[in-house]
Design a protein around this ligand. Sequence first.
Ligand code: CDP
Length: 229
Amino acid sequence: MDKKIIIAIDGPSSSGKSTLAKDMAGEIGYLYVDTGAMYRALTLYALRHGCMEKGSVDAGRLQGLLPGIRIEFRSGEKGKRDTYLNGENVEAEIRGMEVAEWVSPVAALPFVRHDLVAKQQAMGAGGGLVMDGRDIGTVVFPQAELKIFLTASAEIRAKRRWAELLAKGGTASYEEVLANVEERDRIDSSRAESPLRQAADALPLDNSTMSRSEQLSWLLEKYASVIRS
Ligand code: CDP
């Protein structure tokens, strides 16, 4: 039986982390954890409970609400894992533009990060996990056996996200999506608390011109060499 490792996939927004992480987890029978979904669900809760006002987040109010927020993943159809917020399936709602516009300021709050990072570490305690996010290889699992830093140009990332939104019935323009991708890159990379950056021992992959199956084959090869070592 192969040893169970932790695979950390980090990178900027819409770089294809969740597609790669999901494909990989399915291929090798690992659990997949989308940490972005956790930040998004928490942001949705904050929006619904009046924590956003005049362009900023009421951090004091949100901190007080934190004990009442329960985020889980449950299996849906065809092996799909949906995000639940206090027992409600919020998978579709957390992918919309309103959450996208607020998630980076919320994710920059230190008390939010401490809470969610502790939950993520508990999920990975036994290994056998693919986790994607911004700080998995640097903060959540600095000891992960395999770390990937996935990138693609901002235009390509915005095109992917735009196509995804349209397919789900969204109406945002390409320009709006590109602006959101660039703004989140800026906030995520410049925040004081665990900013988005490549871990020193992460393997970089620019997938701008790679297909889904090409990026999966690339990762399977890296995984095989870690498992053999
Ligand atoms: O899917 P996309 O790449 O657009 O973003 P996501 O992975 O769903 O993450 C949404 C937002 O959550 C990011 O823009 C970050 O602000 C935040 N995030 C974070 O700070 N740390 C993580 N480990 C994951 C997400």
